[in-house]
Write a protein that binds this ligand. Structure first.
Ligand code: NAD
Length: 303
């Protein structure tokens, strides 16, 4: 029933309305500010990019998949806001530099950076939650079968993919009186989820790095914070949450049972904390924190 409701709501909103019924949780004025959002071709960060544009920011949407960045930006422009899509790989300095140069020409120096590119990959995922005797020789992909390249891919995408864009764009920000970086952690940052050791470690590294950067930039105008989304049904976790026929996996049942509010988050529910942390008037003395947006998941012991 819940999934049917979600699917019809999704079709109504994104297919018929073109995603244009989004309401901001509150208003803030970002007129004249330049915001750079990585992973902005994806589900969560495209909505964050749209929200920043609705507040008046000039938004640069960066994604490895150029077409997605451009499409999402065009959707924002159609609504009368300022945005442009750029191809950028967060794991390649040269690619980030090229995008940065184009953004400087189009919009000017960066005030706000959302490090959104990230995700897990089946290459770094074990088949089973618990090791059982016999798994080493069995067909199943056990911990011992994880390839170094797969683990490195996921770790790098999430951690190095946050570090390199920060190196590139924070160069603009150190010159500013007020600037803000928002990183995206996850529930894995607090307690690792089964099966996904690289993603868990990388997201724990993100909260640690958020604190490190906050201290490092504390003598400048840059504040650095993070959000830790709980469970939102998007592309990156489809294979773990839903079977090929669309029915929920056993893991989905466990997630919802461990989420006191008993449901997945709606993407728009990330916007309140995102906008609060980026707002200098509201959060001017807040740096180095990570806000969970998780329906109570991180607070619940399971009993
Ligand atoms: P998504 O897959 O919809 O979006 C991720 C985007 O990043 C994609 O558009 C992809 O093309 C882009 N990307 C991947 N590799 C890249 C690279 N090397 N360079 C540039 N762009 C690249 O995923 P999402 O659910 O919107 O996730 C956004 C962020 O939120 C990620 O950091 C993810 O780990 C995090 N997160 C998601 C959830 C969730 O429930 N969906 C929960 C916690 C955290």
């Amino acid at each position: 029933m819940y999934y049917k409701y979600k699917t019809s709501r999704y079709i109504l909103k994104y297919v018929f309305l073109g995603g244009r019924d989004m309401k901001l949780p509150f208003q803030m004025d970002l007129t004249g500010k330049v915001a750079v959002v990585t992973g902005a071709g994806g589900v969560l960060c495209s909505v964050m990019a749209e929200a920043l544009a609705m507040c008046g920011a000039k938004v640069a949407l960066l994604d490895r998949t150029k077409e997605n960045a451009i499409n999402k930006a065009e959707n924002i422009v159609k609504q009368g806001y300022i945005a442009k899509g750029y191809e950028a790989n967060v794991l390649e300095k040269e690619s980030l530099k090229k995008a940065h140069e184009a953004i400087l020409q189009d919009f000017g120096p960066c005030d706000i950076l959302i490090n959104g590119a990230g995700g897990n990959n089946p290459m770094a995922t074990t088949d089973k939650e618990y090791f059982e005797m016999g798994d080493i020789d069995a067909e199943t992909k056990s911990f011992f079968d994880l390839e170094q390249s797969g683990v490195e891919f996921v770790f790098n995408l999430n951690f190095i993919g946050t570090l390199l864009p920060t190196q590139e764009f924070a160069k603009d920000m150190v010159e500013k009186e007020h600037a803000s970086i928002l990183n995206i952690a996850s529930m894995n940052a607090y307690t690792p989820l089964t099966k996904i050791p690289a993603y868990s470690g990388a997201k724990a590294a993100i909260t640690n790095f958020t604190q490190w950067l906050a201290v490092h930039f504390s003598k400048t105008g840059i504040r650095v914070n993070a959000i830790a989304p709980g469970f939102f049904s998007t592309k990156q976790n489809q294979a773990l949450l839903f079977n090929e026929d669309g029915t929920p996996t056993a893991r989905t049942g466990k997630i919802l049972a461990a989420t006191p509010m008993g449901r997945f988050g709606e993407t728009e529910e990330l916007l309140g904390a995102t906008m609060f942390l980026l707002n200098d008037d509201a959060a001017g003395f807040i740096t180095g924190v990570c806000i969970p947006i998780d329906g109570g998941f991180s607070a619940y012991s399971g009993v």
